[in-house]
Design a protein around this ligand. Structure first.
Ligand SMILES: [Zn+2]
Length: 327
């Protein structure tokens, strides 16, 4: 009797031990893969309509076809926004005398090509600020596509076709298929794009993603930041995002950008200013640098479990992952 109870008890303890071990292992794997799991389940966590049914009322610019917000920023630059798209993306059309550059291709929710053609008759090259779906959706509508020349972007070319990986594109959030296209121009970080009478410098700006690019336009002292910085919640919790890269890129930008630079961002809007092309200043980069430094030193507490969030200033909040996933 005594032996039988003992055996049952030992077997039960063994099963429970195995269950606890499995649970601990599963939690460990989940914590390690947090950016990927977060991406996979984010459409369940935050269900969303792709296009807002209500019409958009702009603070600046003109609504075209009830979808596009077209705003002339200066003689040679247009902002093309999608204020009814749930992420409120903004692309930028930059004109030279010989050709034009479209920085970001829109979300692809509507065809951006007719809008671009309405604004310029110049040949247009499109260049994405990074490989996320909301910036690449319209890219295959263009024949001339430029990309930042990095080992990681070159690695995505197979038999002449560039195809971003699942977690570079992250279009799984909205059930989108990976785009494939030929790259017509590879641009090294630091090199210039000549549009005729206007030159833009391509900068590598890792942080939000490892292969993010930005453009500096000395003619108008403006900087096109993509998703590196915009008014709202900066995402550094997704696969490939890195807080240390965010810090070093911020420091590099502060060392190179003139203090009076206008920063044009890829997501709208500034609080209290309605719908208009989202702009920031070098002061916002300084605030970001201070917040990142304070967070890294343990002086800035974060809210939440995943992502962890901390405030930067009245316009910016920073989302990050764990030290072992997004450091
Ligand atoms: Zn984006």
């Amino acid at each position: 009797m005594k032996t039988k109870t003992g055996r049952t008890w030992r077997a039960l303890r063994k099963v429970m031990g195995l269950a606890v071990l499995t649970l601990v292992l599963l939690i460990g794997v989940a914590l390690k893969l947090a950016p990927y799991i977060y991406t996979e389940i984010s459409s369940w966590i935050e269900p969303h309509a792709i296009v807002d049914a209500a019409p958009a009322v702009l603070a600046r610019g003109t609504m075209v076809d009830d979808y596009w917000a077209v705003e002339r920023l200066n003689a040679g630059t247009f902002a093309i926004g999608e204020p009814r798209y749930y992420q409120r993306n903004y692309s930028y059309l930059i004109l030279g005398t010989k050709r034009a550059l479209l920085f970001d291709a829109g979300s692809g929710t509507r065809d951006i090509l007719p809008i671009v053609k309405r604004l310029t008759s110049l040949p247009v090259t499109v260049m994405p600020s990074h490989l996320h779906y909301d910036h690449m959706g319209g890219i295959t509508r263009f024949n001339a596509i430029a990309l930042i020349d990095l080992p990681a972007t070159r690695a995505d070319v197979h038999y002449g076709q560039f195809i971003p990986t699942r977690y570079e594109f992250v279009g799984l959030i909205d059930d989108l298929v990976l785009p494939g296209f030929q790259v017509s121009q590879w641009i090294h970080p630091g090199n210039w794009i000549d549009l005729g009478g206007r030159r833009l410098q391509v900068l590598s700006t890792p942080g939000h993603t490892p292969t993010s690019a930005a453009l500096f336009d000395p003619g108008y002292t403006q900087f096109f930041a993509g998703d590196f910085i915009y008014p709202g919640q900066l995402y550094a919790q997704l696969p490939g995002a890195s807080r240390s890269a965010y810090r070093s890129t911020t420091n590099a930008l502060l060392a190179s950008l003139p203090h009076e630079t206008t920063i044009w961002s890829a997501h709208c809007c500034r609080p209290g200013e309605g719908i208009r092309a989202p702009y920031l200043g070098v002061g916002d980069l300084i605030a970001l640098q201070l917040a990142l430094d304070r967070f890294s030193a343990g002086h800035l507490p974060a809210r939440g479990f995943y992502p962890r969030k901390f405030g930067v200033n009245e316009r910016l909040e920073f989302f990050t992952g764990f030290p072992w996933t997004n450091e």
